[in-house]
Design a protein. Structure first.
Length: 230
């Protein structure tokens, strides 16, 4: 009887030692999770600060680049303009093509010879080259005809400009090599029509060829800015 009591007492003592140890283990695990969470929050905070710094840097580059383009092309001929927000150089098609045609005017070559080197000098040789992902020639039309017809027409016009700039007749071969690495040709048909000051659709302004640029990772950066609530 005495031996049985001793065994029972020993078992109770062992169980009493087990539960405090298990509780300590759970407490330790919980503290580790809390510590890990705090470390992750600190890292996340640092990452957000770095991300904001990068965003501000990229957006600052865009703003400065737009200003430089505006300064460079402050004396543009009639029918050419600089978009105040994006820095796109907009050519009304009448100074490049006949209505409903995709063959360049004879005098359009001289215009492009003068424009392209100045444009690419700002984009690719003024400290911005590391930020530029694409140089885009984009065609736009009015609403006359079907969407597909105008899609083809706008593409042919943009491609016609690109073919000349990259062709044997273009005088600046150095610029051609730089442009080959970044040039993209797009068509928007009449999807991005333009309006007058009263907000009314205008066919003349909608017919155009735009020279645009895209900064590296711009779409990701813009999405990140949205996530950050800015």
């Amino acid at each position: 009887m005495n031996s049985k009591y001793k065994r029972l007492l020993k078992t109770n003592q062992e169980e009493g030692q087990f539960w405090p140890s298990f509780t300590d283990l759970l407490t330790t695990i919980l503290l580790c999770f809390m510590l890990f969470f705090i470390i992750m929050m600190v890292i996340k905070s640092i990452q957000i600060k770095d991300m904001k710094k990068t965003l501000d840097q990229i957006m600052g580059v865009r703003s400065q680049l737009v200003n430089d383009l505006k300064d460079e092309f402050s004396d543009l001929d009639k029918g050419i303009e600089v978009d105040e927000k994006t820095g796109a150089i907009i050519f009304q098609t009448e100074i490049l093509f006949d209505y409903n045609e995709s063959t360049l005017h004879p005098d359009a070559y001289e215009l492009l010879d003068a424009f392209i080197p100045k444009y690419l000098n700002v984009l690719l040789e003024s400290g911005y080259e590391d930020y530029i992902a694409e140089v885009i020639i984009e065609g736009h039309t009015d609403r006359d005809g079907s969407y597909v017809y105008n899609l083809e027409l706008a593409q042919e016009r943009a491609l016609g400009v690109a073919k000349y700039v990259l062709g044997d007749s273009f005088p600046d071969k150095k610029i051609q090599k730089e442009l080959e690495e970044k040039l993209t040709v797009n068509s928007k048909s009449y999807a991005d029509e333009r309006t007058d000051e009263k907000g009314n659709y205008t066919a003349d302004a909608s017919r155009r060829v735009e020279f645009k640029f895209r900064l590296k990772d711009e779409e990701i950066l813009n999405k990140t800015r949205e996530i950050l609530g800015e």
